[in-house]
Ligand binder design. Structure first.
Ligand SMILES: NC(=O)c1ccc[n+]([C@@H]2O[C@H](COP(=O)([O-])OP(=O)(O)OC[C@H]3O[C@@H](n4cnc5c(N)ncnc54)[C@H](OP(=O)(O)O)[C@@H]3O)[C@@H](O)[C@H]2O)c1
Length: 271
């Protein structure tokens, strides 16, 4: 499986995360990732690197084969702010359209119906091909799927073996949405984990690769980030082996209270 399908839209199962990647290095990594075979690049207004990501996409010469995601920051969800900022994102990216536009975080101060109306408008205007959400809980997913006039194709959420996300994954499945896992190697925390290292050894793979395989084997798309060219290949080469049912269960057993890494004052009440 090289892509996850949601509502007729294909999301390449391995993408490059670009949070904290900056300048020349960001453009170079993006270009190199695409040359290796990545077909999904994840950026956001908040990362302040859309220009460099766009530069890397264009330099690859493979723009038409790559899905570019960007996200609207939570302070810009009122319709006028959203529309202006998304047009700015596209101008920074300097590509013909955004492939997937996400609401980065929910913001209870702005009515969701207003934001979704503006997102739908961006889609109808051809500025983005598809829309979706990020950091949405089960309750919020139920709400947006009721009110959105356009299909929402994914929820991008923190997902790795140290965090139990079964509830939100089940909600995505119920609504026909894809799950895109952020921080999929637990910000590097997979490396050095004894169980992941042991299972990796049995397959000739690293702990990070086992971690990414555990997610993709569940039909979850992953967007690992690295600032190192050599790790781009490592994180991409995860589809040529299979974890047994017993290994999948053992890895799921790593989840623990306090396993969440990304949590802010503006986070919703997690499931
Ligand atoms: N929607 C949201 O709110 C949200 C939140 C967080 C992240 N994201 C997205 O998800 C992407 C990925 O998440 P993330 O950046 O938080 O964390 P991550 O991808 O889980 O981990 C990145 C860290 O792991 C290290 N690393 C990468 N490959 C490795 C390997 N093979 N072995 C060992 N260490 C490795 C990297 O260091 P080196 O650079 O040294 O390789 C980096 O420190 C982000 O870049 C961003 O695009 C979205």
């Amino acid at each position: 499986m090289t892509a996850v399908e949601a509502k007729g839209f294909k999301i390449p199962i391995i993408g490059l995360g670009t949070w904290a990647l900056r300048g020349r290095n960001c453009a170079r990594l993006t270009e190199q990732a695409i040359r290796i075979g990545y077909r999904h690049i994840d950026t956001a207004q908040m990362y302040d690197n859309e220009a460099e990501v766009g530069e890397g996409v264009r330099a690859s010469g493979m723009r038409n084969e790559v899905m570019v995601t960007t996200k609207v920051q939570p302070t810009l969800l009122a319709p006028r702010d959203l529309e202006r900022s998304v047009k700015e994102s596209l101008a920074k990216l300097r590509i013909d359209h955004i492939d997937l536009l996400l609401i980065h975080w929910p913001n209870p101060r702005v009515p969701l119906a207003d934001t979704l109306g503006a997102m739908a408008k961006m889609k109808k205007a051809g500025i983005t091909r598809q829309i979706g959400v990020s950091n949405f809980t089960v309750a919020l997913l139920d709400e947006v799927n009721k009110i959105s006039s356009e299909p929402l194709v994914c929820d991008q959420v923190e997902c790795h073996p140290f965090l139990d996300q079964d509830k939100v994954i089940a909600a995505c499945r119920k609504h026909g949405m894809a799950v895109v896992a952020y921080s999929p190697i637990a910000r590097g925390g997979a490396k050095g984990d004894r169980l992941l290292e042991r299972i990796g050894k049995a397959h000739g793979k690293t702990a990070a690769q086992v971690c990414l395989r555990w997610l993709t084997q569940q039909g979850i798309a992953v967007i690992p980030r690295t600032s190192k060219i050599e790790r781009l290949e490592e994180n991409f080469n995860i589809l040529d082996f299979e974890l047994s049912d017993a290994e999948m269960k053992e890895i799921a057993g790593l989840s623990r209270k306090g396993g969440r890494i990304v949590d802010w004052t503006w986070s919703p009440r997690w499931d």
